[in-house]
Design a protein. Sequence first.
Length: 172
Amino acid sequence: MNERSMSRSARRLREQFDASFAHPPAERAEQSESMLFVRARQSRLALRTGQVAKLLRTPAVTRLPTPMSALRGLAVVSGRLIALYDLGALLGHPAASLLPWAVLCQAESQVALGFDELDGYRDVPSRYVLAANSAVRPWLTAQVELSGDRRDVVDIGAVLQMIQAGVSPREV
């Protein structure tokens, strides 16, 4: 490349750079949150994918004698022993006889939360994530409403704290 063509290229790049400031910055892409939409009994829920390590079909479960109805038993996932809890029961519903789906928790890899139905995965624009009053339900951090479909956003970290404290939602 000769000096003349380098000079033209430099001038063209300089003009493009300067022109980029002549216009307002492009609109930033809208922020969104990735969520799994699930159901636990009659409750329509959303789980933040950042709190989920893995989505899985519920593996075979070995029941344990326990007074805690939400603890379904032990299962093996990827060669590791995990405790499977019924998310609906943890949130105050009667225990389910069958939990076809489960999520392995990101914060506590030995715990999985089972639920009744997987409604799908959504990238939810932030404007549809509404703050919620969690004074009565500490696991509730927000609500999502998309096209008339309102769901409670479950804070999996708060659910894990309830499990560790041995507190049922009726006692909160």
